[in-house]
Ligand binder design. Sequence first.
Ligand SMILES: [Zn+2]
Length: 400
Amino acid sequence: MKYAIILGDGMADEPLEELQGKTPMEYASTPVMDELASMSELGLLHTIPDGMKPGSDTANLSVLGYDPAIYYSGRSPLEALSIGVPMKDTDIALRANIVTLSDDDVPYEEKTILDHSSGEISTEDAAVLVEAVKKELQNEMFQYYVGTSYRHLLIWDKGEVVDLVQPHDILGQVIGDKLPQNPMLREMMKRSHEILNHHPLNEARRAAGLNPANSLWFWGAGTTPKLSSFQEKTQKKGAMISAVDLLKGIAVGAQMTNISVEGANGTLETNYEGKAEAAVKALLEDGFDFVYLHLEAPDEMGHQGSIERKIKSIENLDQRILKIVKTKMDASGEDYRLLVLPDHPTPICVRTHTSTPVPYILYDSTAPRRENWKYNEREARQTGVYMAEGHKMIDHLFER
Ligand SMILES: [Zn+2]
């Protein structure tokens, strides 16, 4: 038996007036998902333990079978694993987004945060800017590391797990009372703006009508993660296919294999087909029992508040990933079990993550069911099937 999880990050949502009361999943044209749903177990999964912050970190740990209440030690330590940054036990890792602050002529504290991703800046451009900050601000206590696109890393020697504000939660707001309480972190953010605001690369971005990447924003502080081996835990040889450092880091921590796909970049224009083909190859040719395929795009579109682009990302998941995986697995004659789900909702109306349970499909090629439901939040709720502890779903997937 082969196993696959295909996860649309942030895909779930709430009913929208603009969609006549439907959600993007309900409104999107998804013939493959709906066909699968009619042959599968359909239900709701509670991925975010009560009291924990909804995010891709806690949610994907859950879906992969790691109880966040035990294994979660912050977001950016997982990203540090992906970048290959060795963390000492006394180190604190912090996510360093490169963000866009308003250009109005006011003190730093009175600036408005406009964009948590600097227009999904390319890794090349961001690296130039992060290096410029590193040159000025790096010292014994604080080390800067370039990550992917707008997601970078700061390692704080003998630091503290301070509570910091997530930039995608405060878009359009004045930053003053959202800045770190810790004076060193606060001062470094302010200094990063002085270094970046009129950097030639940002002047060129402004001239090209792009959002300048003119300040670092620290959040997601955490300590060294201690994940146990996935293969020892499940007796399954697992592979990860994702463009984002968080998921790659979870895979490193779980000693799974990261499969990188050319052109997979976490945006709406990612290489869908390449990811689907890589998943099938991993299962049918490369000896993996299990593959975890993560698609970032729906989450980013949720943060951007774009209904149209979120629907497009869901339709792309259906037509340019699921269709390929199902067709090729069916043609291979291999028995397989397939779990399709989001990790958490990123509703357009709030442009950030929520803890609402997510709809899932569990398909078994050896025992297709006959149902007449489609794949969306409303119909999943109507089945009455509900799993309260998200980290137990992987055992359910592997039970046959
Ligand atoms: Zn997510």
